[in-house]
Write a new protein. Sequence first.
Length: 202
Amino acid sequence: MTSARNRGFDGRRNLVEAAKGAVVSYRSVGMYPRENRPVPLWKQLKARGLTAPGDLLEVFGIIKPPVPVEDIADRLGVPINKVPAPGWSGALTVMNNHAVIWLDLVEAPVRHRFTIAHELGHLMLQETERAHRDTTFDGSPEESAANRFAADLLMPLWMLDDYADAATSPEKVEAIAELFGVSRAAMERRLLELFGVPVPPL
């Protein structure tokens, strides 16, 4: 007899497989007349309840660092625009099926990667018919949830587990951070949070 737990696992696996079949690159959407364009994948995944960072990694078959977060946004159907001196690090705008992530043009690539992941957290986890603008990424429960989403997407426990034991010096932590495409400070926080690895002295 199939247990309820196994039925639940099989059901989720079926959802993931269906989502994989629905993957359409945003770059290809322009080939469709506007009235015939497919529902963007981010909205399809939300309808299926596949909103966690692990769901995205599984749907797109990502198994090693660095997580290609810009490609994930593209494949979800979320274009990224960079603008000069907007006064914030990132923003998300959503209208019906059209979601756009906005970035501060001059910020560092690792900051861009985190901001994209953070804004995807807003998109996948929260009500989307509103704009988000992020300056500090701190404060509200929504911001905390988006921060958690970004960390889990860019530095998932199962992916980082192979490297935690090697974080024995500042140089090695820096190397791991570069491999994952995140800042050293973000990697230090993540290692401490997940594995209790203290920040090595300089």
